[in-house]
Design a protein around this ligand. Structure first.
Ligand SMILES: C[S@@+](CC[C@H](N)C(=O)[O-])C[C@H]1O[C@@H](n2cnc3c(N)ncnc32)[C@H](O)[C@@H]1O
Length: 232
């Protein structure tokens, strides 16, 4: 498979190192809020888990939860496995969102997609695929580059292998497969390139990230609107 993650498909080490920094810590902070709603024994599935950076951290912090990352690039999965140490509550499998059940992640109590939906080939099939592993109470937290931010538009329309996230298309596809939006938010001001922002910038982020034209990320939390999926 080629170009699933822009120019980084063959470079798990470089991609993993590039992700670390302030923006990554902010993503973790947001996701922890959603993990707090789970009980020991529950399963968190990350679709498009990349090199496993998020799940490796979350699994170490929450040993009572089970974490499964599903990722199409085999080299990323090998890398994620090799970096998982002795975390017994974490596994990584090769697979796609469109055919999620085939990767056998088991029923999910919480699904995460972080910077993934603008990469998937078939958004509708991905919403169906995630529904296939959902329980009636499963929530799906998606964080994507915010398409209302002019810099995001510029970067994602001009970079090979990138695409612009289309929230309306996503929500329409999600609705067709029994998902409804329960929360929408704008997050992040500090870009990935500034791994250690100065304090004034951190303070500015707190006030300004809610402005759609400035925020770098868009969070959508989905809940099940029906238990069955008639399109399946
Ligand atoms: C920008 S990376 C994000 C990786 C990880 N979620 C993170 O935050 O570090 C996008 C990931 O989506 C994966 N991806 C692309 N198409 C996919 C699909 N159809 N199903 C699942 N993952 C996919 C890519 O291989 C890549 O690892």
């Amino acid at each position: 498979m080629t170009c699933l993650n822009a120019q980084f498909d063959d470079d798990p080490d470089g991609y993993d190192a590039r992700r670390e920094g302030w923006l990554f810590e902010r993503r973790l902070r947001e996701l922890r809020l959603h993990l707090d709603t789970l009980r020991d024994g529950d399963t968190v599935v990350e679709v498009g888990s990349g090199t496993g950076l998020l799940l490796r951290r979350l699994a170490a912090e929450r040993p009572g939860l089970r974490f499964v990352g599903v990722e199409p690039i085999e080299g990323y999965v090998e890398f994620a496995r090799s970096r998982s140490g002795d975390l017994a509550n974490l596994r990584f499998e090769v697979g796609t969102g469109e055919r999620l059940a085939e990767a056998d992640p088991g029923p999910a109590d919480l699904v995460l997609t972080n910077d993934v939906l603008h990469h998937v080939e078939d958004l509708d099939a991905t919403c169906a695929g995630v529904a296939d592993v959902a329980r009636p109470w499963t929530q799906w937290v998606a964080i994507e580059p915010n398409p209302q931010n002019p810099w995001v538009i510029w970067y994602h329309t001009r970079t090979e292998g990138e695409a612009l996230f289309r929230p309306r298309s996503f929500l329409a596809a999600a609705a067709r497969h029994g998902w409804g939006a329960a929360q929408r938010a704008h997050l992040f001001l500090v870009p990935q390139a500034i791994a250690r922002p100065p304090r004034p910038l951190v303070l500015a982020e707190r006030g300004l990230e809610r402005l759609p034209v400035l925020s770098g990320g868009s969070l959508i939390r989905l809940v099940r609107t029906r238990d069955d999926d008639p399109s399946r």
